[in-house]
Design a protein around this ligand. Structure first.
Ligand SMILES: [Zn+2]
Length: 104
Protein backbone atom coordinates (compact mmCIF):
# COMPACT_ATOMS: atom_id res chain seq x y z
CA UNK A 1 0.00 0.00 0.00
CA UNK A 2 2.74 2.48 0.90
CA UNK A 3 4.30 1.81 -2.48
CA UNK A 4 1.10 2.94 -4.20
CA UNK A 5 0.93 6.03 -2.01
CA UNK A 6 4.52 7.01 -2.82
CA UNK A 7 3.89 6.39 -6.50
CA UNK A 8 0.84 8.63 -6.32
CA UNK A 9 -1.50 5.83 -7.40
CA UNK A 10 -3.56 6.28 -4.25
CA UNK A 11 -3.99 9.23 -1.92
CA UNK A 12 -3.51 9.73 1.79
CA UNK A 13 -7.23 9.28 2.49
CA UNK A 14 -7.27 5.99 0.59
CA UNK A 15 -4.48 4.47 2.62
CA UNK A 16 -5.96 5.70 5.92
CA UNK A 17 -9.29 4.12 4.99
CA UNK A 18 -7.57 0.90 3.90
CA UNK A 19 -5.88 0.47 7.28
CA UNK A 20 -8.86 1.75 9.26
CA UNK A 21 -6.65 4.52 10.58
CA UNK A 22 -7.48 7.95 11.88
CA UNK A 23 -5.08 10.88 11.64
CA UNK A 24 -5.03 13.69 14.21
CA UNK A 25 -2.67 16.65 14.51
CA UNK A 26 -2.04 17.37 18.18
CA UNK A 27 0.08 19.44 20.53
CA UNK A 28 3.22 17.44 21.46
CA UNK A 29 6.63 18.14 22.97
CA UNK A 30 8.79 19.35 20.07
CA UNK A 31 11.11 16.34 20.30
CA UNK A 32 8.23 14.01 19.38
CA UNK A 33 7.13 13.90 15.77
CA UNK A 34 4.32 11.43 16.07
CA UNK A 35 3.13 8.06 17.21
CA UNK A 36 0.59 5.41 16.42
CA UNK A 37 -1.60 3.28 18.68
CA UNK A 38 -3.61 0.24 17.82
CA UNK A 39 -6.81 -0.25 19.76
CA UNK A 40 -9.83 -2.42 19.00
CA UNK A 41 -9.12 -2.68 15.29
CA UNK A 42 -8.41 1.01 14.77
CA UNK A 43 -5.04 2.66 14.21
CA UNK A 44 -4.82 6.03 15.84
CA UNK A 45 -2.08 8.12 14.26
CA UNK A 46 -1.08 11.25 16.15
CA UNK A 47 1.24 13.80 14.57
CA UNK A 48 2.80 16.88 16.13
CA UNK A 49 0.81 19.83 14.78
CA UNK A 50 3.81 22.17 14.96
CA UNK A 51 5.83 20.29 12.36
CA UNK A 52 6.33 21.78 8.91
CA UNK A 53 4.18 20.47 6.06
CA UNK A 54 7.06 18.33 4.78
CA UNK A 55 7.85 16.84 8.20
CA UNK A 56 4.17 16.06 8.79
CA UNK A 57 4.13 14.10 5.53
CA UNK A 58 7.36 12.33 6.41
CA UNK A 59 6.10 11.45 9.88
CA UNK A 60 2.85 10.10 8.46
CA UNK A 61 4.82 7.85 6.10
CA UNK A 62 6.88 6.64 9.05
CA UNK A 63 3.80 5.79 11.13
CA UNK A 64 2.16 4.09 8.16
CA UNK A 65 5.30 2.00 7.72
CA UNK A 66 4.86 0.74 11.31
CA UNK A 67 1.31 -0.27 10.42
CA UNK A 68 2.28 -1.88 7.14
CA UNK A 69 5.16 -3.76 8.78
CA UNK A 70 2.73 -5.02 11.40
CA UNK A 71 4.76 -3.71 14.31
CA UNK A 72 1.89 -2.75 16.56
CA UNK A 73 0.11 -5.96 17.40
CA UNK A 74 2.62 -7.18 19.96
CA UNK A 75 0.79 -8.69 22.91
CA UNK A 76 3.80 -8.35 25.18
CA UNK A 77 4.32 -4.64 25.83
CA UNK A 78 7.74 -5.15 27.44
CA UNK A 79 8.95 -7.01 24.41
CA UNK A 80 7.71 -4.16 22.26
CA UNK A 81 9.56 -1.59 24.37
CA UNK A 82 12.71 -3.63 24.07
CA UNK A 83 12.50 -3.77 20.30
CA UNK A 84 11.24 -0.26 19.76
CA UNK A 85 14.58 1.10 18.54
CA UNK A 86 14.95 -1.54 15.90
CA UNK A 87 11.34 -0.94 14.82
CA UNK A 88 12.11 2.74 14.36
CA UNK A 89 15.00 1.84 12.07
CA UNK A 90 12.88 -0.75 10.23
CA UNK A 91 10.14 1.78 9.53
CA UNK A 92 12.55 4.30 8.03
CA UNK A 93 14.46 1.64 6.09
CA UNK A 94 11.20 0.35 4.66
CA UNK A 95 10.30 3.80 3.27
CA UNK A 96 13.78 4.20 1.79
CA UNK A 97 13.48 0.79 0.16
CA UNK A 98 10.14 1.66 -1.47
CA UNK A 99 11.46 5.03 -2.67
CA UNK A 100 14.45 3.30 -4.21
CA UNK A 101 12.26 0.74 -5.95
CA UNK A 102 10.13 3.50 -7.44
CA UNK A 103 13.04 5.57 -8.74
CA UNK A 104 15.17 2.69 -10.03
ZN1 LIG B 1 8.21 5.17 14.86
Amino acid sequence: MLTQLLKGVIGQDDILRHYNASLTYVEMPCAIRGCVHYYKGIYDILINKDLSYYKKKKTLLHELAHIELNQLCQSNKDLFAFFIDSYEDDADRYIEKIKKEITD
